[in-house]
Design a binder for this molecule. Structure first.
Ligand code: SF4
Length: 374
């Protein structure tokens, strides 16, 4: 007698990568994976790290096509293999991640979900927010994808327990935005007007100093463009968070050089003076090409020197932790480990500060710094 058995379909031990999508799966930055012990390794220089950055994950990827972005639709390679701000983003189960966050909550400073432009991004972000909020109370930001949002959806984020909203404006003028983000090869361009509608709505819904715009130094803007935007945002009690353009290989801007270090340092300092010391546009002088040529400090109170000596302007600029300390510190978001540190995830040491002063060459634009150099 012969018996026949119906072949049983075995469940795969590991879900195929293309089914590991949000909301059940998310990507996290490698630094976050190290902090939560979900990957092994350590930083070359030890420091406390508690900013956890999540990124939605879809097999079909992000629908946008920005010239500088590692996730851009027309950048070669599969979505899974793409990097984002030049950092590797391991894929993890959302529930396992939330469990790790709960376990290490006492060392966490800020959580952030980065949306991508995708039809499911909004409901999935709400779902992930709810799963996090059920177990972890560390302040949570959303780095939003404006094409997926309107005012009502921002109100839903707030009701779900979101603390701050980030808008990745990146390009600081309308012309640059159009060039890098609207007129794109795939045709799926973004709208400057719609980004600002979301900035306005977020400011209304979340209130003063609860909204930020990410700004990218090195897309072709002038110093004057940057400083104008910092002043406009600070007047509305909206933070400007600084990022240094960092070319992603094979992106359309893959061969573009980064902003020179002295320029980057001066812009870091200018942003700090505007946001934290109340400097207005009248304290800065520019040449005909929009280059910063002078900072005018108060005569009897050397705010500029105090700011430099504090090291704070040169630390990573991001959403704060529960007590106002730097919360989102994104190590290596703006530079490779082999390159000079662009923004410090730790308070700069005296050696770091000596290096920063040499890199910045402040004496070229701020005469009192000449004296100090002697
Ligand atoms: S600064 Fe960090 S936490 Fe804040 S929105 Fe940007 S990525 Fe998110």
């Amino acid at each position: 007698m012969t018996t026949t058995t119906t072949p049983r379909r075995l469940l795969p031990l590991v879900e195929p990568e293309d089914r590991r999508e949000s909301p059940d799966w998310v990507r996290i930055s490698m630094a976050s994976a190290l902090a939560l012990r979900m990957r092994s390794g350590r930083f070359a220089r030890p420091f406390e790290f508690g900013g956890i950055n999540l990124l939605l994950n879809y097999a079909s990827g992000c629908r946008s096509d920005c010239s500088y972005c590692g996730l851009a639709r027309t950048r070669p390679g599969t979505y899974e293999d793409k990097s984002f701000i030049r950092v590797e983003w391991p894929l993890v189960r959302t529930d396992e991640l939330v469990g790790r966050m709960a376990r290490y909550e006492d060392r966490l400073t800020r959580l952030c979900i980065s949306m991508v432009t995708h039809g499911r991004a909004f409901p999935d972000t709400v779902e992930i927010t709810e799963r996090i909020r059920a177990r972890v109370s560390t302040p949570l930001s959303i780095l939003v994808a404006p094409p997926t949002l309107d005012r009502n959806r921002l109100e839903i984020f707030k009701a779900a327990g979101v603390d701050m909203i980030g808008i990745g404006l990146d390009a600081v003028t309308e012309d640059l935005f159009r060039h890098h983000r609207t007129d794109v090869p795939s045709g799926g361009g973004l709208s400057w007007e719609q980004y600002w509608e979301v900035v306005d709505a977020a400011r209304d819904v979340f209130g003063p100093w609860k909204v930020n715009c990410h700004t990218l130094v090195g897309l072709g803007e002038t110093d004057e463009d940057m400083i104008d935007l910092f002043c406009r945002l600070a007047e509305r009690q909206i933070f400007s968070y600084l990022f240094s353009f960092n070319p992603e290989p094979d992106s359309r801007l893959g061969d573009r050089p980064k902003a020179p270090l002295h320029r980057w340092r001066r812009i870091q300092l200018a942003r700090h003076l505007i946001e934290d010391e109340g400097f207005g546009r009248d304290r800065f002088r520019f040449d005909d090409d929009g280059n910063l040529v002078a900072i005018l400090g108060p005569v009897d109170d050397d705010v500029v020197e105090r700011a430099v000596a504090s090291g704070i302007p040169f630390m990573t600029n991001g959403c704060p932790g529960p007590s106002g300390e730097p919360g989102c510190t994104r190590p290596f978001g703006s530079y490779r480990p082999s390159e000079p540190v662009r923004d410090y995830p730790w308070p700069p040491t005296p050696d770091d500060l000596r290096r920063i002063r040499e890199e910045m060459r402040l004496w070229e634009v701020y005469p009192p710094a000449v004296e100090r150099r002697r």
